[in-house]
Design a protein around this ligand. Structure first.
Ligand code: SF4
Length: 192
């Protein structure tokens, strides 16, 4: 376990390699699972506000799902997530010409239409954050749909925490990320 500021980071985040292999997985994380993308409460109003701009990037099915269910829902455990198309794809996911699921939020962002890249939980995946009163716990959510990403990451020598550099900085800031790198790469200096 690594401790940085008010976060505890599991050792497998330090030890694992990762690089999404979209040609193999086809963006399966946008369709697998029971719910859509987990959302932070502060993301709800952002998503509602930018929906008119993101809408043209979505599939007919996605727009229909949002028309009937809204952009997000609250589950029985009190957690928010994006709505889905019939309990499958996230309503904001769209297939490209190669059958790969892409994020509608990200498409709008990359076109310069918004400043919201995608929900933080998607940006941070496969790291999941659990909030406690005094700290956040960061764990590696190992899922078989990402098996090819582990192989590709290892062949490219890309550690998971470097693959997620941008999203970790988005969540915790540059200084925190520098401290995480130092704690992983120079553990003796950190300890002394
Ligand atoms: S997180 Fe996993 S399923 Fe999602 S795009 Fe990356 S490798 Fe594919």
């Amino acid at each position: 376990m690594i401790s940085v500021g008010k976060t505890l980071i599991s050792d497998d985040i330090k030890e694992s390699f990762f690089l999404c292999h979209l040609e193999k997985c086809k963006g399966a994380c946008c369709v697998e699972g029971d719910l859509g993308a987990p959302l932070e409460e502060e993301e709800l109003s952002i998503i509602d506000a930018i929906y008119p701009v993101v809408k043209p990037y979505l599939s007919q099915e996605g727009k229909k799902a949002i028309d009937t269910q809204g952009c997000h829902l609250l589950d029985e455990e009190g957690d928010y997530s994006t709505t889905t198309i019939g309990g499958k794809e996230c309503s904001f996911a769209v297939y490209d010409d190669n059958g790969i699921l892409k994020c509608g939020f990200e498409k709008a962002f990359l076109d310069g239409k918004t400043t919201f890249r995608k929900p933080l939980s998607c940006h941070l995946y496969p790291i999941r954050v659990t909030k406690y009163d005094d700290y956040d716990a960061l764990n590696y959510d190992q899922w078989k749909i990402c098996a090819d990403a582990c192989v590709l990451g290892e062949s490219m020598n890309l550690p998971l925490y470097k693959f997620l550099k941008e999203s970790l900085i988005r969540k915790y800031g540059e200084q925190w990320y520098l401290e995480l790198c130092a704690a992983i790469e120079n553990p003796r200096i950190q300890a002394s």
